[in-house]
Design a protein around this ligand. Structure first.
Ligand code: DON
Length: 312
């Protein structure tokens, strides 16, 4: 956003996008493989922007909490980068797009238990394994980082969602056991799954998510208090990974349509970063066949076009 950008123009743009979002209601389906998510009212829409000065703009149901799901994979990778030796991380998980569905198991066997990247389920489970083995009270660390980044001390896990995922854990357990069979995942599978599912079950609103990840637009520095969350180099690397791997086998299409680093979740949230300018978060629960929010994607296209941002 140019420094001269008129805040009221951004407010108007968000209001227009939220007003038009219902055109896409009815397209796609809520995630039903996690029963607790299938109960979410499908036709809802929220949008929020946080600029690098920490100013927040919002429209629609921007303050309604939703299950962040795979957006937690970004949070967990940030914790890993903050606390662990990076060589340990990248020995055990790759940095290449997978071209496969987020929960695919096929490639994992072909590639002998080394997941392609930290944003597919296998990679996120592997990062979680690293966190579980090195960090005491990891649930607490995850929740506190989310609270601190979002500036919202009330953020909490939706334990119903976490339990629902644990009760339907078969596919993630299969991924974890396959990595364990190859000697890449070291911990107890159920313990790793429990931490991973709790991260997915963090409840955050669009405003929370936009605020939490605004530092990625600001060279790793939190806009509110100037604290360094990651170094400028780590920040660039995180954005690169988001651009290439953040939307799984739809990452290429997302780069084409939106052209920003981004991360989606099956709760219907998508966060995107405009480097040097702002973070964006959209939420609408109905998903396309790749597990990405239909109305959210449309909204991001319109937002990027309306803002005239073209960092690539
Ligand atoms: O493990 C799962 O399948 C879910 N808890 C998270 C998947 C997800 O959000 C994929 N995102 N688009």
């Amino acid at each position: 956003m140019p420094a001269s950008f008129d805040p009221s123009a951004l407010d108007d743009l968000l209001t227009r996008i939220a007003r038009d979002a219902p055109r896409h209601f009815g397209e796609g389906n809520v995630a039903s493989y996690i029963p607790a998510l299938a109960e979410v009212v499908p036709d809802q829409f929220g949008i929020a922007v946080c600029d690098v000065a920490g100013r927040v703009y919002r429209a629609g149901a921007a303050d309604t909490p939703f299950s962040i799901q795979s957006i937690s994979k970004l949070l967990n990778l940030i914790i890993a980068i903050q606390h662990l030796d990076e060589a340990d991380i990248w020995q055990r998980v790759g940095r290449e797009p997978s071209g496969q569905a987020f929960n695919s198991i096929v490639q994992l066997e072909v590639e002998r238990g080394i997941p392609r990247n930290p944003f597919i389920n296998a990679g996120a489970l592997l990062v979680t394994d690293l966190l579980v083995s090195r960090i005491m009270s990891i649930h607490w660390v995850m929740r506190e980082l989310a609270r601190r980044l979002a500036g919202n001390p009330a953020l909490a896990f939706d334990t119903r969602v976490a339990s629902s995922e644990m009760a339907h854990k078969a596919r993630n357990a299969a991924l974890a056991y396959l990595m364990k069979a190859y000697g890449n995942l070291h911990g107890e599978v159920d313990e790793v799954l429990d931490v991973y599912f709790h991260g997915c079950a963090l409840s955050m609103s669009c405003v929370d998510v936009a605020r939490a990840f605004a530092f990625l637009a600001n060279r790793g520095v939190h806009p509110d208090d100037g604290s360094v969350i990651v170094t400028p180099q780590q920040n660039r690397q995180l954005n690169a990974l988001l651009l290439t791997c953040g939307l799984y086998d739809a990452a290429g299409d997302f780069a084409w349509r939106v052209g920003l680093p981004g991360k989606s979740g099956v709760g219907g949230g998508i966060v995107a970063i405009v480097p040097g300018q702002m973070s964006l978060c959209v939420w609408s629960p109905r998903l396309d066949s790749y597990g990405n929010s239909v109305a959210g994607l449309r909204a991001l296209e319109t937002l990027v076009e309306g803002l005239g941002v073209a960092p690539l």
